[in-house]
Design a protein around this ligand. Sequence first.
Ligand SMILES: *[C@@H]1O[C@H](CO)[C@@H](O)[C@H](O)[C@H]1NC(C)=O
Ligand SMILES: *[C@@H]1O[C@H](CO)[C@@H](O)[C@H](O)[C@H]1NC(C)=O
Ligand SMILES: *[C@@H]1O[C@H](CO)[C@@H](O)[C@H](O)[C@H]1NC(C)=O
Ligand SMILES: *[C@@H]1O[C@H](CO)[C@@H](O)[C@H](O)[C@H]1NC(C)=O
Ligand SMILES: *[C@@H]1O[C@H](CO)[C@@H](O)[C@H](O)[C@H]1NC(C)=O
Ligand SMILES: *[C@@H]1O[C@H](CO)[C@@H](O)[C@H](O)[C@H]1NC(C)=O
Ligand SMILES: *[C@@H]1O[C@H](CO)[C@@H](O)[C@H](O)[C@H]1NC(C)=O
Ligand SMILES: *[C@@H]1O[C@H](CO)[C@@H](O)[C@H](O)[C@H]1NC(C)=O
Ligand SMILES: *[C@@H]1O[C@H](CO)[C@@H](O)[C@H](O)[C@H]1NC(C)=O
Ligand SMILES: *[C@@H]1O[C@H](CO)[C@@H](O)[C@H](O)[C@H]1NC(C)=O
Length: 490
Amino acid sequence: MTLILMIALFFYYYSTGGAALSPYGTERIIAQPVPGAVEFEEPKVCAVDDPRLNNSNATSEIKAAIDACGDLPGGGVVVIASSLVVHSASLWLRSNLTLRVEGKVVGTASGYGNRTDPSNSNVSDAPLVYTRREGVMTWAPAGLVNGGRCIRLKDPLVGWDDCAAWRTLENVVVEGRFDGNARGWLAWDDKTQRPALFDLLWIDGLTLRGLSVRNSGYWTLHPTFCDNVRVANADVETTGRNTDGLDVDSSWNVYVGRSRFRTGDDNIALKAGRDWSGRMVNASTRNVLVEATRFGWGNGVAVGSETSGWIQDVVVRDVVFEGTERAAHVKSKPGRGGGARNITFENASGLVQNAVVLTLNYGASSKNPDTLNASSTPHIDDITLKDLDLRAIGWIARDEKKDHYAFFECSGLAADGPRPTTSALVPIKGVVFENVTVRVRGFGTPWSPPLQRCELCEFRASPNTSPPPCSSSSFFSSPAAPQPPRTTMT
Ligand SMILES: *[C@@H]1O[C@H](CO)[C@@H](O)[C@H](O)[C@H]1NC(C)=O
Ligand SMILES: *[C@@H]1O[C@H](CO)[C@@H](O)[C@H](O)[C@H]1NC(C)=O
Ligand SMILES: *[C@@H]1O[C@H](CO)[C@@H](O)[C@H](O)[C@H]1NC(C)=O
Ligand SMILES: *[C@@H]1O[C@H](CO)[C@@H](O)[C@H](O)[C@H]1NC(C)=O
Ligand SMILES: *[C@@H]1O[C@H](CO)[C@@H](O)[C@H](O)[C@H]1NC(C)=O
Ligand SMILES: *[C@@H]1O[C@H](CO)[C@@H](O)[C@H](O)[C@H]1NC(C)=O
Ligand SMILES: *[C@@H]1O[C@H](CO)[C@@H](O)[C@H](O)[C@H]1NC(C)=O
Ligand SMILES: *[C@@H]1O[C@H](CO)[C@@H](O)[C@H](O)[C@H]1NC(C)=O
Ligand SMILES: *[C@@H]1O[C@H](CO)[C@@H](O)[C@H](O)[C@H]1NC(C)=O
Ligand SMILES: *[C@@H]1O[C@H](CO)[C@@H](O)[C@H](O)[C@H]1NC(C)=O
């Protein structure tokens, strides 16, 4: 029986079509955990250690050290001395380079003050660069630490990705303490015009090791179009809207381990482009392993909602939640395209608001033309939830019913939202529960949070899953919803 199911799943998987592309256009799957940057035996050392630089602007000195020690066939290390706290404007890394901060680097681009005054270094220390924001290629302020850079624009411009040639990097390591000092950006209305603190585009072989990062004004670690990324022993703490911890954006072969995230938004988010720009760039996020990591406040691991280039082959395992919003969150919306498939959450425990949220209607709005684009229907398939032992308190967000369900929400397209009239309803398929226990606790009595809501959801569950998914014990009472097929594993 199990064998037949596995064979069926196998053929189902390979019939869903639309093989996803790496940003480099080639198929290269590295066995997990991926190695990251090549480390060199006897790298050249460039020290930033002049005591007169303490608590002052050392941008030129750090840049000079990066230029002297970067792009060498034998490798180089820039060391910021342990006795120093140095301030810096945006920096661009080079290949075969380790940036080792033994002291601390504090960003100068805080985002405060007059936004249009070119002499206001609080803003101008993060110069505009061509990059990706919220899954769309655009101009935005550079990060404190940056990777590849656009060196030539297309002529004429095309809108979805205007860069004709990128400077790409290989073998980059960053380690140590950073204070973004970037909280002034939180007040900016246009979130696409805030700098990602580490905006790391186009790096093949990237290691972020023992990073401690505070005071980000937007996404914190943003590897984009990267291959072979290794994040270990990271400690990221942020507060404020959109201050994600780690955003893996159209990147391949990614390992994250032994890290800790407490953030104002998603702790870790896996993304692959948004809407037209995302579909045209068409680069997936693939082969990601997140393990042995602790999640505090903020969302746990979110997959999407920027799914346009596909997110697939993801394992999140051996993780602990310490008051996290959602343990497993996979989301897209009508008109976005692409999707998420073959995503496994395994061996997780701890306290969350909502355990599992799978939705194809995230932020769908009839006022948004993308929502109504019938030619780009997203999919969520093959989500496995195994050996989870969670306590969920449920949550009543101020006006959003989407956050009500403590145990399980699974909403196919468009179970509860607008969709193009011409597009079919699309179920979420291949959801598997195996040995999942969620103990639901309301905070305060007599309130009990609603347990679950299932519409257009095809799942199967092992008998040792409690409560049974989509069962009548759900507190949800809606107008008659399409009944999902129910299977019990043998
Ligand atoms: C994205 O790439 C895949 C794989 O090559 C291809 O099947 C698909 O049609 C592409 N999508 C777009 C919008 O170009
Ligand atoms: C720091 O130094 C760099 C390079 O000289 C300069 O561009 C930047 O404006 C300075 N920032 C501050 C806050 O002084
Ligand atoms: C990086 O090091 C490798 C190995 O020595 C070398 O082949 C490559 O050319 C170097 N890259 C750059 C940009 O210097
Ligand atoms: C640099 O400043 C820090 C405080 O910001 C201080 O703890 C440290 O001792 C100073 N280092 C030197 C070399 O003066
Ligand atoms: C720069 O930001 C600081 C706060 O970090 C603020 O006190 C100062 O007024 C700002 N400078 C300008 C030119 O706005
Ligand atoms: C901001 O700076 C610009 C350019 O220097 C100036 O024209 C404008 O009046 C300033 N705005 C404020 C509110 O100070
Ligand atoms: C699903 O993802 C895992 C982890 O990356 C991978 O080992 C496995 O081969 C994938 N399954 C399929 C059917 O591609
Ligand atoms: C499950 O995850 C926890 C927390 O990381 C870990 O201590 C434990 O060893 C894991 N169990 C297995 C079977 O790997
Ligand atoms: C809908 O998506 C298709 C395919 O990406 C695109 O060509 C078209 O411009 C989109 N339409 C709108 C209204 O965005
Ligand atoms: C079920 O999962 C728990 C962890 O959540 C684990 O301790 C237990 O061994 C698992 N049971 C089986 C039968 O795999």
